[in-house]
Design a protein. Structure first.
Lengths: 130, 409
C-alpha cells in the first residue's frame, strides 16, 4: 500500500486515473474521472485534487463516445457535474483510492441522491436489503 | 449441510447461466436435427466457461473487486466504454430472450398468448430483485432448477439405442444428409449459449456480494468445477432427449412445446409439467442474472454503489439501471416479436461479442499487481488460450455463417 501524501512523483495514468474511489468505510464514492493540477510557487505542477463525475469523464473522451455520454448526461442526469476531492482528503492509494469520510461526503453524487429521493426511496421496501 | 448450500452459487450460476433459453433452444434444435454429433461443442463450451468463470472468480477473490471494475482501469475509459456498450447490448438481448422464453412456457401451459404474460413476469422479476435475499434466491433457483434433470431421466426411460447415441457423439461430423455450414452455424450457437458473456460478470459480482476473500478461492473453484459441468449435463439431457424422441420422426424443433415433447412421451402430462417448471425456473434464474448483470456492469464502469446486499436506497442508480433494463426488455417482448427468433439472434450476437468479454478477463487474470499469487498458472493459461482460439473462430464466423445459412434454416 502506498500512502499518498508522501509521494513526490507518480504516474497519473497507471496509478490514479480510472481507479475506484472508496471512503474509509469502503463505501463507493465514484471513479477518478479526471485529476486537477495547480502550479506552485516554484513553478512545479502539483496534484491538487481528484475529480469525479460523469461530466468530468466526458471531457476525456472524444468522438462518438463523447456524444453518447453527452446524450446520457442529458437524458439521465443533468446533475453529474464534476466534483473535486482535494488531495488532502486522500488517505491512501492502492488498488482503490481511499479518501476521508468528509471528502467522500463533499464529493457525493447529486444524481445518486436525486434518484434516491425522487424514485427509489419512495418505493416500499427500499430500506430493507434484498 | 452448509457446505452443500455453499455450492448453491455455483449451481445457480450454472442453472441460470448454462441452462437458459438460449441453451434450451440450441440444445433442443440440435438434438432433433443432428443427434449428439455436436456434443464436442458442448464439451468445449463447458471447459471454456469453467476456465473463464474460475478466472473471474479468482479475480474477485484476489482483488476484492469484480471484473468490470478492473476492465476500465486496464483498458482506459474509451475502450472500456465500447466494451460496456457491447456487453450491455448482448446482455439486454439475452434478458429479452429469457422473458420471452418464460412467457412462451406460460403460453404453452395455459394456451393464453405469450404477450399477455409479459407484464406479470416483469413485475415478479422486479420483485425478486427488489425483495428476495441473494442467498435465498441462489438456493431456491439452484435446487428447483434441478428439475431440468427430468430430460435426462426421460432419455433413460425411453430406452434408446445407446450404441447409436455413442456413435453420434464421436462422429464429429453432421449426418450425411445435412450441409456443413448449417452444422457449423449450430456449433457456433451452441458454443455461444455455453459461454454467454453475462455469466462471468454475474459470477464475479455475485462473489463480491457473497463476500469472497482470498481464502475462499478454493471453494469458488469447487463451485465452478461442479456447477458448470452440471449445467452442461442438464443441457446434454435436453439434447439427448430430442435426439432420441424427435430425430427419428424427422421433426424440426421450432417451439418450446416440441422441446418438452420427449418428456411428455416418457412420463405423460405430469412429466411435461415438471419439464416446463424446470425450464421456467432456468429462464427465471437467467433473467435475474442478466438483469443484475446490466446493473453491475454499468455501476462498475461509472463507479456507482451497487449490490443486492445493500438497502436499495443505498444503491439508487444501480436499482434504477436494473429496473430500466428490465423495462426495455419487457417492451421488446411486448411488441410480439417471436421470442425464439430473439433467442437465435441473441446467440449470434453473443458469439460475435465473446472476445470483448473474455480477452479482458484473460488479461486481468494474468496481472500480478491485482492477482498476487492467485494470478493464472500454466494450466489456467493453457486452457484459457485454447478457449480463446475457439472464441475467436466462433466470433469471426458467427455473422458470415448466419447470413450463409439464413440463421440455420
Amino acid at each position: 500500500m502506498t500512502h499518498w501524501p508522501d509521494r513526490h512523483e507518480f504516474d497519473v495514468y497507471a496509478e490514479l486515473l480510472d481507479r475506484h474511489i472508496v471512503d474509509e468505510d469502503r463505501c463507493s464514492v465514484g471513479k477518478v474521472d479526471d485529476v486537477e493540477f495547480t502550479l506552485d510557487a516554484q513553478g512545479r505542477w502539483r496534484l491538487s485534487a481528484l475529480v469525479t463525475g460523469t461530466a468530468a469523464l466526458h471531457d476525456r473522451l472524444h468522438g462518438p463516445l463523447a456524444g453518447i455520454l453527452r446524450l446520457l448526461l442529458r437524458v439521465l442526469d443533468g446533475r453529474e457535474a464534476p466534483r473535486r476531492i482535494p488531495v488532502a482528503e486522500i488517505v491512501s492509494v492502492a488498488a482503490d483510492v481511499t479518501v476521508t469520510r468528509q471528502g467522500a461526503q463533499d464529493a457525493a453524487s447529486p444524481s445518486e441522491q436525486w434518484w434516491r429521493d425522487r424514485v427509489v426511496a419512495r418505493i416500499p421496501g427500499s430500506d430493507r436489503a434484498g | 449441510m452448509n457446505r452443500i448450500l455453499g455450492l448453491a452459487l455455483g449451481i445457480l450460476s450454472s442453472i441460470g447461466g448454462f441452462v437458459d433459453v438460449g441453451d434450451i433452444v440450441a440444445s433442443g434444435t440440435i438434438g432433433a436435427r443432428y443427434g449428439l454429433s455436436l456434443l464436442w461443442v458442448l464439451v468445449l463450451g463447458v471447459i471454456g466457461i469453467c476456465c473463464y468463470a474460475d478466472m473471474s472468480g479468482r479475480i474477485a477473490a484476489a482483488s476484492g473487486r469484480p471484473v468490470y471494475d478492473l476492465i476500465r482501469e486496464r483498458l482506459g475509459p474509451s475502450a472500456a466504454m465500447v466494451n460496456l456498450g457491447a456487453a450491455l447490448l448482448v446482455t439486454l438481448m439475452t434478458l429479452t430472450a429469457q422473458i420471452g422464453g418464460i412467457a412462451l412456457i406460460f403460453e404453452l401451459a395455459s394456451d393464453i398468448p405469450h404477450v399477455v404474460w409479459v407484464v406479470p413476469i416483469g413485475l415478479v422479476l422486479w420483485l425478486i430483485i427488489w425483495r428476495v435475499r441473494f442467498q435465498r434466491l441462489e438456493k431456491i433457483i439452484g435446487l428447483s432448477g434441478l428439475t431440468v434433470l427430468v430430460f435426462s431421466i426421460a432419455v433413460w426411460w425411453l430406452e434408446p439405442d445407446w450404441g447409436s447415441l455413442a456413435a453420434q457423439a464421436v462422429a464429429f461430423a453432421p449426418p450425411p444428409d445435412e450441409a456443413l455450414p448449417t452444422y457449423f452455424f449450430f456449433a457456433v450457437a451452441l458454443f455461444a449459449a455455453a459461454m454467454t458473456p453475462y455469466e462471468v460478470f454475474f459470477f464475479s459480482s455475485g462473489g463480491i456480494e457473497d463476500g469472497w476473500k482470498r481464502k475462499d478461492h478454493r471453494s469458488q473453484r469447487v463451485n465452478v468445477m461442479l456447477g458448470f459441468p452440471l449445467g452442461g449435463l442438464l443441457s446434454l439431457g435436453i439434447m439427448a432427449a430430442t435426439a432420441v424422441a424427435l430425430r427419428p420422426t424427422g421433426m424440426d424443433v421450432s417451439t418450446l412445446g416440441q422441446v418438452v415433447l420427449p418428456v411428455m412421451m416418457a412420463f405423460g402430462v405430469v412429466g411435461a409439467i415438471v419439464a416446463m417448471f424446470g425450464l421456467m425456473i432456468a429462464c427465471t434464474g437467467a433473467a435475474f442474472e442478466t438483469a443484475m448483470t446490466c446493473g453491475y456492469t454499468l455501476a462498475q464502469y461509472f463507479g456507482w454503489t451497487w449490490g443486492k446486499s445493500l438497502r436499495p436506497a443505498k444503491a439508487a442508480r444501480f436499482h434504477v439501471a436494473v429496473a430500466g433494463t428490465l423495462l426495455i426488455a419487457m417492451v421488446i417482448v411486448q411488441t410480439g416479436l417471436d421470442p425464439i427468433m430473439i433467442t437465435e439472434y441473441s446467440l449470434v450476437f453473443s458469439a460475435l461479442a465473446l472476445p470483448l468479454t473474455y480477452i479482458p478477463v484473460l488479461v486481468v487474470a494474468n496481472d500480478c499487481e491485482y492477482m498476487g499469487d492467485l494470478a493464472n498458472g500454466k494450466v489456467a493459461n493453457f486452457f484459457g488460450v485454447l478457449t480463446m482460439a475457439v472464441i475467436l473462430v466462433a466470433s469471426v464466423t458467427s455473422i458470415p455463417l448466419m447470413i450463409m445459412t439464413g440463421t440455420g434454416a
